[in-house]
Design a protein around this ligand. Sequence first.
Ligand code: GRF
Length: 195
Amino acid sequence: MSNPPLRLGVLGSGKGSNFEAIVRAIRSNSLNATIHLVLSDNPAARILEVARSLGIPAEALPPSNFRTKLEPEIETAAATRLAAAGVELVVLAGYMRLIKAPLLNRFPGRIVNIHPSLLPSFPGLEAWKQAWNAKVPTTGCTVHWVDAGMDTGKIIAQATVPVLESDTPETLHARIQTAEHQLYPEAIAKIEAAR
Ligand code: GRF
């Protein structure tokens, strides 16, 4: 590991299990990275608590009037905070809003996301439920670069997950999340190594 650690900033809205998986990978030296800032659009999100308990700076963004995106000035402030923290790669970990120009322009080609389906199948919300409803035999998860679309950016890595007869949407989601926790740190490690 001769490169300096890749400096990460994380955006999340929820429980933060992918964030925790990334922290575990860093601690076990399978990912050469450091996390410098966690931001959430949800002040009650568990991801903020987890980050603070680990001593990682974690901040809630001001409330937004939109549901699917941030106000441009809030997103600009978030981009400025991430840049001021020296973040090189922005990691979306359960972040529930679209990324717009302020972040895309500040971090061009430097924002990644994980999505709980095999994109391009089942973009959007509750992708595991979409797959379960469609009765596909296999689904999975996808790490991709973020562009202005919803779950449309170039695919970096995918892992498949079988859909079992006995699955409910919840058991399927849990199995997909287990795959995510392996795939996301591995994909970030590949990005780090390719610097
Ligand atoms: C994951 O299933 C991810 O694919 C999706 O949101 C969920 C986040 O879970 N984008 P967590 O907050 O990382 O536990």
